[in-house]
Design a protein around this ligand. Sequence first.
Ligand SMILES: Nc1nc2c(c(=O)[nH]1)N=C([C@H](O)[C@H](O)COP(=O)(O)OP(=O)(O)OP(=O)(O)O)CN2
Ligand SMILES: [Zn+2]
Length: 134
Amino acid sequence: MYIITKEVYFCYGHRLMHHPGKCRNLHGHSVKASISIKQEQLNEQAMVCDFSDIKDSVERYVDENLDHNFLLHKDDPIIPALEANNERFMTLDEHPTAEVLSKMIYRYLQQQGFNVDQVVLWETASASACYREN
Ligand SMILES: Nc1nc2c(c(=O)[nH]1)N=C([C@H](O)[C@H](O)COP(=O)(O)OP(=O)(O)OP(=O)(O)O)CN2
Ligand SMILES: [Zn+2]
């Protein structure tokens, strides 16, 4: 089995409603997503796939959905104020944790045809969440 990994960097604001500590406050992160793709066999270029193909695909998704966006649970009471001020935000059915965001990126790349091994989202320099399906 061959596994390759590409890292992409982006920023978002969020909060974790009902969090018992500081994370219930509005705050932001500058994060790294580390995306691993696997294949049993290499292609004719002796690659799992081109790093740039991963980058192009994930950056398209990140730019449209996550980067410099405000990620909120759909029941967050701040939403009407953001709407009233024409601010950009995205609502999620789940709380916008690193676990949930890593799964969103994983599922998108899977839909794009990549044989995804795992997505690790580093939300801070010391804290990461990994999503994988096997
Ligand atoms: N399992 C998870 N726990 C937490 C998440 C998460 O997404 N999954 N998120 C947060 C906060 O949003 C934020 O990431 C804070 O993380 P934390 O490591 O607690 O913050 P610090 O960088 O301030 O950590 P210190 O090591 O205390 O400096 C919280 N938990
Ligand atoms: Zn946070």
